[in-house]
Ligand binder design. Structure first.
Ligand code: PMT
Length: 402
């Protein structure tokens, strides 16, 4: 069976010795059933001719914003939408730097900036260039944007020096892309519920008790589930982010009680629920129906009552085969508190994030998590973009599904 049958791949080629391997990579993509559009940088053409590449791909190679003989415009936006994946191999230090910083001065980088599809970057350069802090920082930025970096191998380089910087072999690049697509529908036929964002507990018609959750983490999880083929119900507190994938059905709620009602309603028909919302533990016992005025002599006293613990409620309802995932947002005694929540709420695993780690927790685009499962196994991850954290969480969920 052709593993990439019908897939649209943009092959980006930059100016480096490894460009000669791109022709072979292109052939492998075509043999695997993909349709390939080559986009090459001006310096890439110094290393491999467009004639070879267009003969192999069966399409004219794109390099400039305009095609010289016809004057027609090559739309990077249309190309970006057409692609199921963009693979940049070889990716030079210069292009990696431009991609990291949005320097859109050629067709390849503008196409990258417009691409909605997953992007794979296979760096190739001399060992010192690869090890340089600026290259490493740029690669880290690309990782944080959600790109897949295909690490270069070690070996003899074009300079005859030996070290890390050789572009990964075309067969291995093909395998990474094949694996990605194989995994890309691994939640097909599954239903997943995700809670996200804060809850607001009314004090009076103009004020509430809330928290700093932006919804970014929960929405990234919902998008990842949908991208991998699941039907997603996203129970969301008030947030500014919007769900993009059509397979995500959003139920907007405000208070913890409303979130609980929606989650309890949706959970029975789901295979898994991921409780990422930052739920207020207390609500105001008697919210005022009119605005509380400051002119009163006495300071108002706001009495609180306990909100339902939504995760624990679902834990008590959970039937055989359903998976329940919680989060723990901690400042102290982090591991013990997370394990206590895992057990008390009958979770299958818990995602611990800490407010003590810069770049983790509320509002940031990144997070750093440790996943602890109900067999006591824990996996610690590095600081990364929330889209990649979502991918790690869903990988663990998928492993646990029957
Ligand atoms: O939205 P972002 O800005 O991207 O931030 C992401 C996040 C920090 C909110 C997220 O990563 C996170 O940690 N979410 C859980 C926050 C939280 O409320 O943690 P907790 O330790 O208080 O709660 C433990 C678990 O029980 C959570 O799964 C929570 O959803 C759930 N819970 C808590 C209280 C309650 N009354 N009902 C619940 O279901």
């Amino acid at each position: 069976m052709k593993t990439l049958e019908g897939k649209h791949i943009i092959l980006g080629i930059c100016g480096g010795i490894a460009a000669y391997k791109s022709a072979y990579l292109l052939r492998l993509f075509i043999k695997a059933g993909a349709e390939v559009q080559v986009v090459i940088t001006p310096s890439g053409k110094e290393f491999i001719t467009p004639v070879t590449l267009s003969a192999l791909s069966g399409k004219p190679v794109i390099s400039e914003f305009f095609t010289a003989n016809t004057g027609s415009w090559n739309s990077h936006v249309d190309l970006g939408l057409w692609a199921d994946a963009m693979v940049i191999a070889p990716a030079t230090a210069s292009t990696i730097g431009k991609m990291a910083n949005g320097i859109a001065d050629n067709m390849l980088v503008t196409t990258y900036l417009s691409a909605k599809a997953p992007v794979f970057v296979a760096p190739a350069m001399d060992l010192d260039m690869f090890a340089h802090p600026s290259t490493q920082r740029n690669l880290q930025m690309l990782r944080e944007y959600g790109n897949h970096i295909i690490e270069p191998a070690s070996g003899e380089l074009a300079s005859h020096l030996v070290g890390k910087g050789r572009m990964e072999e075309p067969e291995n690049i093909l395998k990474v892309v094949e694996d990605f697509f194989a995994k890309s529908q691994d939640l097909a036929g599954r239903r997943v519920m995700v809670t996200a964002g804060p809850t607001y507990e009314k004090i009076d018609p103009v004020r509430f008790i809330g928290n700093y959750s932006s919804g970014k983490m929960g929405y990234a999880i919902a998008e990842e589930c949908a991208r991998r083929g699941a039907e997603v119900t996203l129970v969301s507190g008030p947030v500014a982010v919007k769900a993009k994938h059509p397979a995500i059905k959003v139920i907007d709620v405000e208070s913890a009680q409303e979130m609980c009602d929606a989650a309890v309603g949706a959970f029975p028909s789901c295979d898994a629920a991921i409780m990422c919302a930052a739920v207020a533990d207390y609500a105001v016992e008697n919210p005022a129906t009119r605005k509380i005025k400051r002119e009163h002599d006495e300071l108002p006293v706001i009495r609180l009552k306990k909100n339902p613990d939504i995760a624990a409620t679902l834990g008590a309802m959970k039937r055989e085969g359903q998976l329940l995932v919680g989060f723990a947002l901690e400042t102290d005694n982090e591991m013990n508190n997370a394990v206590e929540k895992l057990q008390r709420k009958r979770l299958d695993f818990i995602v611990l994030n800490s407010l003590n780690v810069p770049g983790a927790g509320f509002k940031t685009d990144t997070n750093k998590v440790t996943i602890i499962d109900n067999h006591g196994q824990s996996r610690e991850y590095g600081l990364k973009d929330k889209t990649l954290v979502a991918r790690d969480i869903i990988d663990v969920l998928r492993e646990m599904m029957l």
